[in-house]
Ligand binder design. Structure first.
Ligand SMILES: Cc1cc2nc3c(=O)[nH]c(=O)nc-3n(C[C@H](O)[C@H](O)[C@H](O)COP(=O)(O)O)c2cc1C
Length: 420
C-alpha cells in the first residue's frame, strides 16, 4: 500500500471534521493525500487544516486559471490511485449519480478513470430517503464503492443509520481496495471498455488468464408474436457478479436474457432471449475455468403461435415442452468448468432444496436465495452458499457486495485448484 495516492474529496457535512483524522491515518498507512474541498466542505473545515495535515496543496476551485492552463482538473482526476469522497453528502452523491459536474469535485469525479470510494454521512431521514437510496444504488451499479454508514446517535440528536464510519474503518476500506482488487483491474471496472491483455500489472490480478461464463436475467419464451412467458429476474445480481469477476482480471462472457441494464465494463456480453438460446450460448462459450449461472431460466416453453391469439377465441391451447437444463448440461459436458456455481431461487425450505439441487445438478456450489420478499428486482440479497463443506449464510447485503465476496471466493478456489 505504501506510495499509493489518494485524492480525498471533502463534502459539506458535519462529519467533515473526521476527514482531518482520515488524512492523518491515510498518511500513517504510508499513502499520500491530495485534498479537494467543496464549497459546502469549506463551511466545516478549512483548506489550511487539510493542507497542514496532508503536507500537500488543497484544491477548491475549478476556476483556478493557473491550473487550468494544463487542464488541471483532468490531471488531478487521473493522478490518484483511488478517489475517496468523505464525507459523501446526499447532495454530492445525487450529483455523482446524475453525472452533474458543476464544481471542481464533481468535475473530477466525472473525468476520472480511477476507482471511487464514497463514505456517506448524513441524517438518518436523508439516508433513508428514497432519492438517496436510488442514488446509492445507481452509484454502486456504476462501479462506485459506497460503504455502508454506521448506525447510532447523530450530531442532530436523531438515531439510526447515516453516521460516518470511524476513520480507522474508512482506512480499512481503502486498504481493502488495494488488497482485494489490483488497481489495474479496478481501472477496468471504473470504465475502460477493454483491458489491454498484455499489461503486466493486469497479469498480477487474482483472476488474470481465467475465463468465466456468467448468465444473468430472465428468459422470455414466446407464446405468440406479442406475448411471452417471463419471470421477475432483473439481472442485477448476475451483472454485478460479471463486473466483480472482470474487476479481478477475469475474461468474462456474460450471457444475458432480456434486461435493461448497461454492460459492465470489460465484459463480453451476448444477449439471448429464450432458454434454448441461453443454453446454446453457454455451450459455445466453452471452455471456461468457471461458470456462474445466475439467470432465472424458464423450465418450460410452449410452441409459439405465428399469429396473435385473440381474446374472443378463449384461453389459448398451449402445448408445453421442457427446456434444456443449462446447469445440468454444463455439468455433463466434456468441457465441464473446474468450478460450476448454480443459483437457486426458492420461496420455502431454501437450504434443503438448494442442497438437493447441488447433488442433483452435480455442481460445486449453489448460491441459494429466498425470493419470497423483494429480492427479485431489488438491490439487496441474502444468500446461503452451499458447498461440499457445508452451508454458509451471509447477512443481507447489497447485490454488489454479494458479487465481490463471491468473486473473491471464486478467485481463491481457482488458485487453490491450480496449486494442487
Ligand atoms: C450544519 C449543517 C450540517 C449538515 N450536515 C450534513 C450531513 O451530515 N450530510 C449531508 O448530506 N448534508 C449535510 N448538510 C447539508 C449540506 O451541507 C448541503 O446539502 C450542501 O449543499 C452539501 O454540499 P456538498 O455538495 O459540497 O457536499 C448540512 C448542512 C448544515 C447547515
Amino acid at each position: 500500500m505504501r506510495g499509493k495516492r489518494i485524492l480525498l474529496i471533502v463534502g459539506g457535512g458535519i462529519a467533515a471534521y473526521k476527514s482531518c483524522e482520515l488524512v492523518r491515518l491515510i498518511r500513517k498507512a504510508g499513502m499520500s493525500v491530495t485534498s479537494v474541498l467543496t464549497d459546502g466542505g469549506a463551511h466545516f473545515v478549512t483548506p489550511m487544516t487539510l493542507a497542514a495535515l496532508s503536507e500537500n496543496r488543497v484544491f477548491t476551485s475549478l476556476w483556478d486559471l493557473k491550473d487550468e492552463v494544463e487542464m488541471g482538473h483532468i490531471q488531478l482526476s487521473r493522478q490518484a490511485d483511488l478517489i475517496v469522497v468523505c464525507p459523501a453528502t446526499a447532495n454530492l452523491m445525487a450529483k455523482m449519480a446524475q453525472g452533474i459536474a458543476d464544481d471542481l469535485a464533481t468535475t473530477l469525479l466525472l473525468a476520472t478513470d480511477k476507482p471511487v470510494l464514497a463514505a456517506p454521512a448524513m441524517n438518518v431521514r436523508m439516508w433513508q430517503h428514497c432519492a438517496t437510496q436510488r442514488n446509492v444504488a445507481q452509484l454502486r451499479q456504476d462501479g462506485v464503492i459506497v460503504i455502508e454508514p454506521d448506525e447510532g446517535e447523530m450530531a442532530c440528536g436523531e438515531f439510526g443509520p447515516g453516521r460516518l464510519p470511524e476513520p480507522e474503518a474508512i482506512v480499512d476500506a481503502i486498504l481493502e481496495q488495494f488488497r482485494a482488487v489490483p488497481l489495474t483491474a479496478r481501472d477496468a471496472l471504473a470504465g475502460q471498455e477493454k483491458r489491454p491483455s498484455t499489461s503486466s500489472a493486469q497479469s498480477d490480478a487474482a483472476l488474470a488468464g481465467k475465463h468465466i461464463i456468467v448468465t444473468a436475467g430472465p428468459t422470455h419464451e414466446p407464446i405468440d408474436p406479442v406475448r411471452v412467458i417471463a419471470n421477475r429476474s432483473s439481472g442485477k445480481q448476475g451483472f454485478a457478479i460479471a463486473a466483480a469477476l472482470a474487476g479481478l482480471g477475469a475474461r468474462v462472457t456474460l450471457i444475458a436474457g432480456p434486461v435493461s441494464l448497461a454492460s459492465p465494463p470489460a465484459v463480453d456480453r451476448i444477449d439471448v432471449e429464450t432458454a434454448r438460446e441461453m443454453d446454446e450460448a453457454v455451450q459455445r462459450a466453452l471452455p471456461a475455468d468457471a461458470a456462474v449461472l445466475v439467470a432465472a431460466v424458464a423450465d418450460w416453453r410452449v410452441d409459439p403461435s405465428p399469429r396473435k391469439f385473440k381474446k374472443t377465441e378463449g384461453p389459448p391451447p398451449l402445448a408445453w415442452s421442457e427446456n434444456p437444463d443449462v446447469l445440468l448440461g454444463l455439468a455433463g459436458s466434456a468441457d465441464r468448468p473446474k468450478l460450476l456455481v448454480g443459483f437457486a431461487a426458492e420461496t420455502h425450505a431454501v437450504i434443503q432444496l438448494a442442497k438437493a439441487k447441488r447433488e442433483k445438478k452435480n455442481c460445486d456450489w449453489i448460491v441459494a436465495n429466498d425470493v419470497s420478499g423483494d429480492v427479485m428486482g431489488g438491490d439487496q440479497n441474502s444468500i446461503h452458499l452451499i458447498t461440499a463443506d457445508g452451508v454458509e449464510s451471509w447477512e443481507r447485503l447489497p447485490k454488489e457486495e454479494v458479487a465481490s465476496r463471491l468473486a473473491a471466493r471464486i478467485a481463491r478456489y481457482l488458485s487453490q485448484k491450480q496449486d494442487k
